[in-house]
Design a protein around this ligand. Sequence first.
Ligand code: CS2
Length: 501
Amino acid sequence: MTDRLHRDHLPTSVDAPVTPESVGIVHLGIGAFHRAHQAVYTEQAARATGDRRWGILGVTQRSASVRDQLRPQGGVYSVLTAGARDSSVDLVGAVLDVAWPAEETERVLATIAAPTTHLVTLTVTEKGYCRTGSGELDLDRVRPDLDALAAEQGTGAPGETVAAGSAIGVLVRGLAARYRAACEAGEALPLTVLTCDNMVDNGHVLEGLVRSALDAALPQDTALRAWLDAHVTFPCSMVDRIVPATTPEQRDAVEGELGVRDEGLVVGEPFSQWVIEDRFAGPRPAWEQAGATLTDDVSVWERAKLRLLNGTHSLLAYAGRLAGHVTMAEAVEDPAIRARARRLLFDDALPTLTPPDGADLDAYGESLLERFANPATGHTTLQVSMDGTQKIPYRWGDTIAERLAAGSVPHGAAYALACWSEVVRREAVAGRAVDDPRGDELQRVVATVGGGSAEAAAPADVARALTALPGLLPKGVGMDPALLDAVAAEVAELAGVPAAG
Ligand code: CS2
């Protein structure tokens, strides 16, 4: 048995990480992605500048597991950069601690309110934004947090601190706590709320949800809203690094290399990119010193990345699963699947995009296929295929809408929809849960198409019904006859039966 990695006794074979002096950032959703991306930029910026104000308090929503990995290590963990040919291990010390709101809501809210904190950042995944199928804040899901918020602001029944049940809940309650602290201190206490999730206009989406939550919980509180208007910003950002779930084998391999056990190890590909809208309410880490791009307009980057990288990724995941491929690398190396991926990438998505800052999108598209083929990350088709209803709108929806509007049928995207539909149908037939927040609804659609039985549902009819699912594609697009015919034809080929209807 080797010792556990710890900030106070570090292996000498790798550079020591920086230990920040205080928490400057509260990060909601400290999964593997944050630890392999924004935390790495924060660490590198601290190394480059010596500015040690930017420790991170990670907040984990769903379970205590990341806290239990990192707290016994004093927050330090390693990042395995897994390239097709080489790999390397680095230590990151930017995370000072991890809190689980089920047990430590008060501490999380107090840290968001603290004057030394300047940023709340988020990677809570698409489903973590608690939206209904039509994109509104799902008030039922955040109700306990809204009631707690009203109580904390003195307009509801006061009581014990209620454990926060959602990331949006933590955020709005944290903002209100900061506003109260600002009033008490007689200072503005500005705050930047920076979302790093894969959604179009992510900052604007988040700001809209926060305002809806405040409208629902505190309809009379104009002073809090005035503070928000004047002192809180919600910049957009585009993040990119392929970060698969860490495997036990990777943990063992890094243990062999470091000579200590790291339960918090994360794995990432060599490529990493971060484009951030330069709209901060107060100070921030010098992330540009670590390679981040600060810009006035993130949207061109965001659209290109979502439609090209994530769009193709999802196609490969569903097509790969149907073909029995476990890893994304196997899926992209399958010639039949690769040809379809190229179609989505180059024929459907690319013509809908404006290249950001003179970037060569053809070269970018080719580089993506190479990145996906990196076998060292071990990224699985199962992981990328989860939460389809939350991802497809951003990844395929706009591409499809724009190609149809331009008078052409996007066959790559139709194939992608067919693959997704087939994965859903086969799960339903096998009686397995679909890993998606709308999974039960998807199962019901399949059963309804089959007159009450998933087995009886014709694949092409299922595909038509799923393509028309409310909230999946932009309004009206899921009903487009040319698209529906193309999807049905693709699914019939996949399922080996003639297209129905
Ligand atoms: C992937 C992304 O799991 C997924 O849905 O498409 O996590 C992808 O690896 C990242 O966005 C790459 O930046």
